[in-house]
Design a protein around this ligand. Structure first.
Ligand code: FMN
Length: 354
């Protein structure tokens, strides 16, 4: 791992059976993160290996009011020299504002300067990752590991809050603990309360433990408890948001201020406008093949703007495979995207199937 937490188990979404409040009764409150107004409370999560500038712009153009870049390791950010191979990591544009940049690390003294570098690059919010369950993160005393180390975690929080200008909100991403133990739960709430006392503007909670990784459901009852505990402080919920319906159900069931869509947005950037439609009582828009092609073309063009042809191909191959899920000939399209070796071949698949 050089910069980011690599991909985890992306197994299929679990089914939910809990009783839900009728969505008709749901009144959505506009979301703010500190002084940054977000508006519609369904945002796009940080997604390592995915939420680069093209994915974030596509999501923004299709209705996401806020997106977060993939996690970067503090020291990696400090070492970035603007070389062509790595400059995309810090690429932001005015169109995507507000956008969050996310950091992970173990050394409190590296976090502040790295956060400042993200601010200088144009990120409007700094998010600190205390959730990554990947082995290399945990063994490197980063990400989810810090959920078991409240003092170290809060030191990082205060260093970052002190380092970045007051108008830039600092936020946290946490899992619900290291594991299901009482101690882990205590640590979670110590970090949550301490972070808010230190001026953290919002906390996104993924309702799985670090040990759990992606096995089993995200605990929405825990999210509800966290929101009740946090009172007027801003909480976003994460976990198992695969449909627009699920986004509104999480808002309704847990009372969180916003929800952060992760796997559900990979290959389905329409989830944001679907959630907006559902919230407005309108029919759910479903992208036909022509619309899917329009957005794939857009994603491709954005990729070409900020990446070399090799990176454009690897990125668009990955996204082609994910977008294929919405195509009526899913299996054939997925297999064809998966085997493209040149940009011409990739465009050929688009021309043939879309
Ligand atoms: C491929 C992948 C990459 C992820 N990368 C990040 C990341 O960089 N930063 C982060 O805070 N969370 C990351 N997450 C966690 C998600 O933001 C989210 O909390 C988690 O997937 C639960 O939501 P879901 O069940 O709706 O996917 C990642 C998850 C996946 C599947």
């Amino acid at each position: 791992m050089t910069n980011a937490a690599t991909v985890l188990d992306e197994s299929s979404p679990p089914l939910r059976t809990r009783p839900l409040a009728p969505l008709g009764a749901l009144e959505l409150r506009p979301l703010s993160i500190g002084q940054v107004p977000i508006g519609f409370p369904v945002v796009q999560a940080a997604l390592s290996g995915y939420s680069d500038w093209p994915m974030r712009i596509v999501a923004r153009r299709l209705g996401a009011p806020y997106t977060v870049a993939e996690v970067l390791i503090d020291q990696f950010v400090l070492d970035l020299k603007g070389r062509s191979r790595t400059k995309h990591y810090l690429h932001t544009t005015a169109e995507e504002a507000p956008v969050g940049g996310q950091l992970m690390g173990s050394d409190p003294s590296a976090f502040g300067p790295a956060a400042l570098k993200l601010v200088a690059a144009g990120f409007n919010v700094i998010d600190i990752n205390f959730g990554c369950p990947v082995k290399t993160a945990v063994s490197g005393c980063r990400g989810g590991y810090l959920l078991g180390q409240p003092e170290a975690a809060l030191k990082i929080v205060s260093r970052v809050r002190e380092a970045v200008p007051e108008q830039i909100p600092v936020t946290l991403k946490m899992r619900r603990g290291i594991d299901d133990s009482h101690e882990s739960r205590e640590h979670f709430f110590r970090i949550l309360d301490g972070a808010f006392s230190n001026g953290i503007a919002a906390i996104t909670v993924h309702g799985r433990t670090v040990k759990q990784k992606y096995v089993g459901p995200s605990d929405w009852d825990f999210l509800r408890e966290v929101k009740q505990h946090a009172g007027s402080k801003t909480i976003l919920g994460s976990g198992d948001l695969f449909t627009a319906q699920a986004c509104l159900e999480m808002l309704s069931y847990t009372g969180v201020d916003g929800v952060s869509v992760a796997r559900g947005a990979i290959g389905n950037p329409w989830i944001f406008e679907q959630a907006r439609a559902l919230a407005a009582g309108l029919p759910l828009p479903h992208p036909n093949v022509a619309e899917q092609r329009r957005v794939l073309e857009m994603h491709y063009a954005l990729c070409q703007e900020c990446s070399d042809p090799h990176r454009t191909l690897t990125t668009m191959r990955t996204f082609g495979i994910k977008f294929a899920r919405l195509h009526p000939q899913e299996i054939e399209v997925r297999n064809q995207f998966a085997t493209t070796r040149t940009l011409d071949e990739w465009r050929g698949v688009l021309g043939r199937w879309y």
